[in-house]
Write a protein that binds this ligand. Structure first.
Ligand SMILES: [Zn+2]
Length: 278
């Protein structure tokens, strides 16, 4: 009776030991190879988002420049550096909205510093993959308005400080979101915005005949964050690592269904499900 469990545990130990040796061999390439792999990432000339969005850095960054469709909220270009893909997506979004509604400017707040890294007072914005974007705003007469500061809006689309008399422009804000969600440059992980404004945006998307796919993406990505502010005065958009920046660039779950790595994640979650409860 005793012999079997002993033999079994020996076998398990042997398998575990072999597994450790095998995984160690896979995980740690010889020294020379490691150095070479890292150099390739740095020297390919394109931007690299290094590490996590909250503890990262940025190499070979791209600068978002002001143009006929992009403006800085305030401040200067020191804080407008991002990955090539992030900058490309923002330029595209600004261009798209201004083509739909001529004269519109996308108002961009902080992205990252030139080399990334800690960027007070933000918790993220360290790796060129986070951006704060002001809402498209109109004045009482329906003309585009560009206040110097972020302005808070309630669920009726009116500025919370009613003296300002400013209005959340559903159409242009939806077109911005829609452009980012269908970008060929980036895949958006989050677009933080208040619950009430999210409702307005989805309603507007439906009214404008957006596809079910885009509406479903918006439903997933537009979120009022559990902490760190309600985001009723700006969008905070986070994009996933470009696949070319991996594994130097590090995402956090979740991977939305339309992300190429979502399948892997679903598979690993499924394998966790089959483990016994204890
Ligand atoms: Zn932000």
């Amino acid at each position: 009776m005793l012999a079997f469990p002993v033999r079994k545990s020996f076998a398990v130990a042997l398998i575990v030991a072999l597994g450790l040796v095998a995984s160690a061999a896979l995980a740690i390439p010889p020294r020379g190879e490691r150095a070479r792999a890292r150099r390739v990432v740095i020297e390919d000339g394109t931007s690299v988002s290094v590490g996590r969005a909250t503890r990262g850095r940025l190499r070979n960054p791209a600068l978002l420049e002001e143009s006929d469709w992009v403006r800085y909220r305030n401040g200067d270009e020191r804080f407008r550096w991002g990955t090539d893909e992030m900058i490309g997506a923002l330029e595209q979004a600004g261009k798209h909205v201004s083509a739909e509604m001529p004269g519109s400017h996308l108002t961009v707040g902080d992205i990252s510093r030139e080399r990334g890294g800690r960027f007070r007072p933000h918790r993220s914005h360290t790796a060129g993959r986070d951006v704060d974007i002001a809402f498209y705003i109109n004045d009482e007469d329906g003309a585009a308005a560009y206040p110097e500061r972020f302005v808070r809006f309630n669920g009726h689309g009116k500025s919370r400080i009613s003296d300002l008399g400013l209005v959340f422009d559903d159409a242009r804000n939806w077109e911005l979101v829609s452009s980012l969600l269908t970008s060929g440059d980036v895949i958006v992980q989050y677009a933080f915005v208040s619950r009430a404004l999210k409702r307005r945006l989805l309603r507007e998307g439906r009214r404008r005949g957006a596809s079910e796919e885009v509406l479903a993406r918006a439903e997933t990505v537009l979120q009022q964050p559990p902490r760190g502010g309600r985001h009723d005065d700006h969008f905070h958009v986070r994009v996933y690592c470009d696949l070319g920046d991996k594994p130097t660039c590090r995402d956090r779950a979740p991977f939305h269904a339309w992300h190429p790595l979502a399948v892997d994640e679903a598979r690993s979650l499924a394998s966790l499900d089959v483990l016994p409860a204890r």
